[in-house]
Write a protein that binds this ligand. Structure first.
Ligand code: 13P
Length: 254
């Protein structure tokens, strides 16, 4: 059985002040929820503060939204895995579609970052997903397979098991348009099939695959009850403490 994992990608939102009042509400709601993994992924400037607030809370983990693949040096504006790990973060989102589309991240870059994350003892949450044009052209599987093979190249079974995948169809992100449970399940099952080819069936069976794209309390149950959907990567709805807590509770009760 794969343990479910629900993560909040705050994107470029939440000052330290704002995250303070968020956590006041959120932690009261979920502090006792131990049936799944919960991850908060704030912007870099808010990581240290959220880390302190999570200090005594075992069941809510911390993640970062990006990192550089080098350990250090002349890379103005970048952040290393060790800098993130030092703040007690356990996860790092890599290759989010916004980074791929707006900041030119390729599968090769995502692959370098994925290896660097493991070296820094961070679990990468590697994002993949097709655009609407690619779906309309019947290229979903081709796109997912290319992204998977490129982003995960060279990872051994242990590293793959410690990697979380996030299937985020680009057309469902921030649009209010969610993949149907059937569309999402089909993509997740395909991803697991490719993982089996990349590695082996036992390893593929252990890898957790999150769905992302307009997840909200109202569609959580239908999506998260699919056999190959092991969690959610939540954007907009995770900016509202009560909504995100509700998504967690609904998932925990499944
Ligand atoms: P929304 O939940 O706002 O669609 O964002 C999804 C996402 O990109 C999470 O990484």
């Amino acid at each position: 059985m794969r343990r479910k994992i629900i993560a909040a990608n705050w994107k470029m939102n939440m000052t330290v002040n704002e995250s303070g009042s968020y956590l006041d509400t959120f932690l009261l709601e979920v502090a006792e929820e131990k049936r799944l993994d919960i991850v908060l992924v704030p912007p870099f400037t808010t990581l240290a503060y959220v880390s302190e607030r999570l200090n005594k809370i075992q069941n809510v983990k911390l993640g970062a939204q990006n990192m550089h693949w080098e350990k250090g040096g002349a890379f103005t504006g970048e952040i290393s895995g060790a800098m993130i790990r030092e703040l007690f973060a356990r996860y790092v989102i890599l290759g989010h579609s916004e980074r791929r589309a707006l900041f030119g991240e390729t599968d090769a870059i995502v692959n370098k970052k994925t290896h660097a994350a493991h070296e820094a003892s961070l679990k990468p949450i590697v994002c993949i997903g097709e655009t609407l044009a690619e779906r309309d052209a019947d290229k979903v599987e081709q796109v997912l397979e290319t992204q998977l093979r490129g982003s995960l190249a060279g990872l051994d079974a242990k590293m793959l098991t410690d990697t979380v995948l996030a299937y985020e169809p680009v057309w469902a992100i921030g649009t209010g348009r969610t993949a149907s449970p059937e569309q999402a399940q089909a993509a997740h099952a395909f991803i697991r099939k490719v993982l089996t080819e990349i590695s082996d069936a036992a390893t593929a069976d252990k890898v957790r695959i999150q769905y992302g794209g307009s997840v909200k309390p109202g569609n959580t149950v239908e999506l998260l009850s699919q056999p190959d959907i092991d969690g959610a990567l939540v954007g907009g709805a995770a900016l509202v403490a009560r909504d995100f807590a509700e998504i967690i509770k609904l998932t925990a009760a499944l």
